[in-house]
Design a protein around this ligand. Structure first.
Ligand code: 13P
Ligand code: SF4
Length: 305
């Protein structure tokens, strides 16, 4: 089967089996084309909680599938590609953060959504890159322990100067690999281009950006901008999607290092196999984990509204 035949087969199977397919914007373009919903991690978590379908296939990484399961415990949720983890989410576990919390007993623990379901059970509120600043601003407590991403956390701290934010040494190795020197060189080479970056980039790179935002934020900014040229400082898929959306504009990659192997591990065949019952992984979480982790996601949705 070629790509369009496989896409056609997937569309038929989705309808026949009443399955909703979610795709994070970092997965391959041909997967986004067959998805019912695409977008950033916040949008997908809300979309997943609203759909009527009994089965959801997440094309993204494990914490995203877990988040769907937490929000829709009665649904069957599959991660299309079982090896798709998140290098940042795997950096901190429940045991580690339980010990850290003992040092900060009066802090509100804010967890980036890129965390495991088990870790979310001991956190107070979740945030995504698109909601972090507004949610942290709404938390009554001044003292915040922000985990795991110190780069997103630094950005939030800068935007929320009234808060006392404690950060740990975690982050996305892909975004954090881009250096300020690379950003400077790209800006020098393409002086007309606007630099759009994800807040998982290091502060020295974000400081040079014309816009800092989530994956959806970057897409919306570029689509609605009058400018014609952009340097994209997040996973390379975003530049690819944008080039399809805006053929009259030019999108340049900030760095060739911005490829997330986990996000790239899902293929169209994985989606097809999952729909045929021959692949994917059914997400299983205990009722207790779902109940405890849900409190922190519900708090995100409540404060995010
Ligand atoms: P978004 O919250 O922007 O979707 O980012 C998720 C992610 O994994 C970024 O690396
Ligand atoms: Fe995780 Fe980074 Fe990949 Fe996003 S880009 S899924 S934070 S490893």
């Amino acid at each position: 089967m070629n790509v369009s035949q496989l896409q056609q087969k997937i569309m038929e199977l989705k309808q026949e089996k009443d399955v909703c397919v979610l795709a994070h914007s970092y997965v391959a373009h041909e997967i986004c084309e067959i998805a019912d919903f695409t977008g950033d991690s916040y949008k997908l978590s809300v979309d997943a909680s609203k759909v009527a379908n009994k089965t959801i296939i997440m094309c993204g990484v494990r914490f995203m599938a877990e988040t769907c399961k937490i929000l829709s415990p009665d649904k069957t949720v599959y991660l299309a590609q079982p090896i798709a983890g998140c290098a940042m989410a795997d950096q901190m576990d429940k045991e580690m953060i339980s010990k850290v919390k003992e040092q900060y007993p009066n802090h509100t623990v804010v967890a980036y959504i890129n965390t495991t379901a088990a870790l979310k059970t001991i956190c107070d509120v979740c945030v995504t890159s698109s909601s972090a600043v507004s949610i942290v601003n709404k938390i009554p407590n001044k003292d915040i322990l922000f985990i795991p991403d110190c780069n997103l956390g630094s950005y939030v701290a800068q935007q929320c100067p009234d808060k006392n934010i404690t950060l740990l040494d975690g982050g996305c190795p892909i975004h954090a690999s881009v250096t300020a020197e690379e950003a400077r060189q790209m800006k020098e080479r393409y002086p007309e281009a606007e630099l759009l970056v994800h807040p998982e980039c290091v502060p020295a790179v974000s400081a040079m950006a014309d816009y800092i935002g989530s994956t959806s934020g970057i897409i919306n900014y570029a689509v609605n901008s009058d400018k014609k040229e952009f340097i994209i400082g997040t996973e390379i898929s975003i530049a690819e999607h944008l080039q399809y959306l805006c053929p009259d504009k030019t999108f340049r990659l900030l760095s060739l290092k911005l490829i997330c192997p986990d996000m790239k591990s899902t293929t169209l065949y994985d989606v097809y196999n999952c729909l045929c019952g021959k692949g994917g992984e059914k997400i299983i979480l205990s009722d207790q984990t779902i109940a405890d982790a849900k409190k922190c996601i519900d708090e995100m949705i409540r404060l995010g509204d």
